[in-house]
Design a binder for this molecule. Structure first.
Ligand code: ISL
Ligand code: CA
Length: 562
């Protein structure tokens, strides 16, 4: 039916440190993942996107790699990794790794060499510049985690560039030898039988100008985004990457790409672009303010959320495919973002699940999302482990926010919200580990956990399973995977509705986003009720010439219509 083996795939993201701890040191690991493959198989997913497990000093939980050819000790060994690939394969599950090649760790041997002297053969693997005349950094760029994007190195009296933390120096993609080293490691991993890669922070590999930009914050700096994201010429580098690596394998690639430019997105994704898929963040970042206001929550409403979702569908229509997701390891939990705290319940959680899973594209489920895990509120900033959270905390204090206000920001946006250990049961440490976990648990694990979900036929878990089954193994799979997407009720402030259509067959998704009854009136004849989050309800009333119906709070239905 579809051209590519992965077109109907459902992908599950694992953040290894927080998934399952097999040796009780408080840190999740590869053997822990192997132990849970049957669970994932039961859910019905096809692919696992594994956040980085390469050797790393773990300043950014593995997004700082010091050896691309080794596994981080705390996660296990190369044998464990090979076993994970093999055991997953036995269950029909492929493994995608996380390719972090915009930067390395400052502990990588390349960087250790590079910083030794200006004429070191590896000097040019990274980006070094002279200070300004007054000794200050070469430009006023702000790193993404806060503070200057330049760090001064005594040894050679120059600054090196880091888009992220200072322990994550940017690799210099202008250097041909470096690029060859990168391609070599990519191919080395692909030869191990990976199903693909998620490619980290790839928008930043091309820098240009090295000039001061307009200041956009109280710190007197300018976001590095303008200066080094998606710069002209980046496509040449990415096309080369693809030609030298990805294109020689039957794999799927998905790039993390920050841009608001539809054209750019289209250039990056699809057969002609360097990647099969890209993550588009418009819908998940709609609560973020830009520039100097970035601490403030941005107001949004359902109409805007729909606009953004519809834009995304439009951008990747036809030959391309969208990535469908509400969550990942950098985002807070979706329930807390899209629902009011008092409105989070089994029905509203299922509503969110259906809305994204039934769009056209490749769904990504982030660990714990399938059981309804939610944000945490640690009272003490020291209970947060994420370096970006601490960066944000410091910046916000400097900008004049008081501690209480800053904690509100942290509770709403900290990346640790989604990194609390996976809640397997109500046992001690949520069944994640027998030791104290590296990051505190969400105390709600007593109620919200895998074991409870598996016991209850009406749980969030089984709803996700049902949604996956509809895509994988049902009479509607072709429409859901491939059918055209047509938004309905665009200006309705309460409802999300869309049509999916293929070869004259049509499905209609209608979801009540509000905690009240809402009327839906549409000129479609209902032929069948395929899915609902009110399973006990009597739907006979729906089988009429028109869809005139009162949706209960958060009620969500998938219908076959004429
Ligand atoms: O650029 C951004 C917003 O404009 C950032 O959100 C940025 O692209 C994002 O933080 C990149 O994230 C990825 O790379 C980081 C790592 O900490 C994240 O976990 C990873 O997803 C550095 O490797
Ligand atoms: Ca462990």
């Amino acid at each position: 039916m579809t051209e590519k083996w992965w077109h109907d795939s459902v992908i599950y993201q694992i953040y290894p440190k927080s998934f399952n701890d097999s040796n009780n040191d408080g840190i999740g690991d590869l053997r822990g993942i192997i132990e849970k493959l049957d669970y994932l198989n039961r859910l019905g997913i096809d692919l696992i996107w594994l956040s980085p497990v390469f050797s790393s000093p773990m300043k950014d939980n593995g997004y700082d790699i010091d050896d691309y050819y080794a596994i981080a000790e705390q996660f296990g060994s190369m044998e464990d990794m090979e076993e994970l690939i093999a055991e997953a394969d036995k269950r029909g599950i492929g493994i995608m790794m996380d390719l972090v090649i915009n930067h390395s760790s400052d502990q990588h041997r390349w960087f250790k060499e590079s910083r030794k002297s200006k004429d070191n053969p590896k000097r040019d693997y990274y980006i070094w510049k002279e200070p300004k005349a007054d000794g200050s950094p070469p430009t006023n760029w702000r790193s993404i985690f806060g503070g200057s994007a330049w760090t001064y190195d005594q040894q050679t009296e120059q600054y090196y560039l880091h888009t992220f933390a200072e322990e994550q120096p940017d690799l210099n993609w202008e250097n041909k030898e470096l690029r060859q080293e990168l391609y070599q490691l990519v191919n080395w991993w692909l030869d191990k039988g990976l199903a693909g890669f998620r490619v980290d922070a790839i928008s930043y590999i091309k820098k240009s100008g090295f000039k001061d930009q307009e200041v956009n914050g109280p710190d007197g700096l300018s976001s590095i985004f303008e200066a080094s994201a998606n710069q002209p010429g980046i496509l040449n580098l990415l096309d080369e990457l693809k030609a030298e690596t990805f294109s020689n394998y039957q794999i799927v690639t998905v790039a993390e790409l920050y841009t608001e430019d539809n054209k750019r997105m289209q250039e990056f994704a699809g057969d002609a672009g360097p990647f099969d898929l890209v993550f588009d963040f418009r819908h998940v970042d709609l609560d973020l303010s830009e520039g100097s206001e970035w601490f403030k929550a941005r107001d949004w409403d359902l109409i805007e959320l729909k606009e953004r979702l519809n834009e995304i569908q439009k951008t990747y229509a036809g030959k391309r495919r969208a990535t469908l997701f509400w969550e990942n390891h950098d985002q807070p939990r979706s329930l807390n973002k899209y629902l009011n705290e008092t409105e989070i319940n089994e029905r509203s959680i299922k509503m969110l699940a259906a809305v994204f899973m039934l769009q056209r594209g490749i769904p990504f489920i982030y660990q714990g999302q399938e059981i309804g895990m939610s944000n945490v509120k640690f009272e003490n900033i020291d209970d947060y482990q994420d370096l970006a959270t601490h960066g944000l905390y410091q910046e916000a204090l400097k900008a004049g926010y008081d501690k209480e206000e800053v904690m509100e920001v942290v509770w709403r946006r900290s990346r640790d919200n989604s990194r609390t250990p996976m809640q397997w049961s109500d046992a001690e440490n949520a069944g994640f580990s027998e030791a104290e976990p590296w990051l505190k648990l969400n105390p709600n694990y007593q109620q919200i956990n895998v074991e409870e979900n598996l016991k209850d036929d009406n749980s969030v878990f089984y709803f996700y399973k049902e949604l996956i089954k509809l895509r994988k193994n049902s009479p509607y799979q072709e429409i859901i995977v491939d059918g055209k997407y047509q938004p309905l009720l665009k200006s309705d402030p309460n409802l999300i509705a869309y049509l999916r259509e293929k070869e004259g067959e049509r499905l209609l998704l209608a979801a009540n986003f509000k905690n009240k009854e809402v009327e839906i009136n549409l000129d479609y004849q209902v032929e069948e009720i395929i899915l609902s989050n009110y399973p006990e309800f009597d739907y006979r009333a729906l089988k009429a010439k028109r869809l005139d119906y009162q949706l209960s709070p958060f009620e969500t239905i998938l219908l076959k219509v004429k």
